[in-house]
Design a protein around this ligand. Structure first.
Ligand code: 6PG
Length: 267
């Protein structure tokens, strides 16, 4: 099940979203008595919307308690304009006192190795290094979640997700075999949205999170939102839309929308 929160302007949406992050943080730290707040952040328009709200509530967090992962990341250097880390650094990390070692980035040596292997036509070698970068990111997840949770999947306190006009979220694309992945992190080398090589959290990891929030704004999300939120699916035939396959093991999915994105929804 889901809850939809619609705000007339992007600014109001940012503040509402920031309030949710505060609540999610307090639940993790106070109610669950956890020493850290584990968050997954997406690329696209999300970091900017999030930053605009968080800057007004900075003093509500002990930033040393944050552990940040990327819901998906492109296999490019960390200072490349396509890097989600680079984007988040500009929009968020430069303005918030999160300790750098608590921001979990992909292994940059392996990025270089993957890209140079593909460049020289050594696809198999590229794929081997890609497996290493996946393993490395999984290890980073284990270092934070490993001993805390006796369950099979890491349980993020909060995942902040974007929505593509085709229904993708993270780097999980419609009808892609990665939708079946049961490990923690997946690799894709044929992303329909460039750049083609990426890693991503998988559906079971997403679905095990405590709080799952989608943020979608603007007119180009109207039709896909209708498909996701208004259309019922055949019980026996699962949707091919990744965002529609986000169904938390417990809890609900929160949809933070601006009025423009929500314009076609039956409410
Ligand atoms: C990525 C993003 C991606 C994004 C959606 C929505 O790395 O490509 O994480 O999954 O969240 O494409 O993007 P917009 O918010 O820009 O529409």
């Amino acid at each position: 099940s889901e809850r939809t929160i619609i705000k007339p302007t992007a600014g109001e949406l940012s503040d509402e979203l920031a309030d949710f992050v505060v609540k999610s943080y307090n639940t993790a730290i106070v109610t669950r008595g956890r020493g850290k707040f584990t968050v997954g952040i997406s690329g696209g328009s999300l970091p900017k919307i999030l930053a605009a709200g968080l800057k007004n509530v900075k003093e509500k967090f002990d930033w040393d308690k944050w552990d940040v992962f990327f819901c998906d990341e492109r296999i490019v250097p960390l200072d490349h304009e396509d890097s989600n880390y680079f984007l988040c650094q500009k929009e968020l990390f430069d303005h918030l006192p999160i300790p750098p070692e608590r921001i979990h980035v992909i292994n940059s040596d392996l990025v270089e190795k993957i890209n140079s292997a593909y460049k020289s036509g050594e696809t198999e070698k590229g794929e081997e290094f890609a497996q290493e970068i996946v393993d490395d990111y999984e290890k980073q997840l284990v270092s934070v979640f490993g001993f805390l949770n006796p369950v099979k999947y890491p349980v993020f306190d909060l995942l902040l997700l974007g929505l593509g006009p085709d229904g993708h979220t993270c780097s999980l694309f419609p009808d892609h075999p990665l939708l079946e992945e049961t490990l923690w992190v997946g690799y894709i080398d044929n992303s329909p949205k460039p750049p083609s090589r990426r890693i991503t959290l998988t559906l079971p990891v997403i679905n095990h999170a405590h709080d799952i929030v989608f943020v979608a704004t603007g007119e180009n999300k109207q039709d896909i939102l209708k498909k996701i939120l208004d259309e019922n699916n055949d019980e026996d035939k699962p949707s091919n839309l990744p965002a529609k396959l986000v169904k938390p093991v417990k809890g609900i999915v929160y949809w933070y929308l601006d009025q423009s994105a929500a314009a076609k929804l039956n409410l």
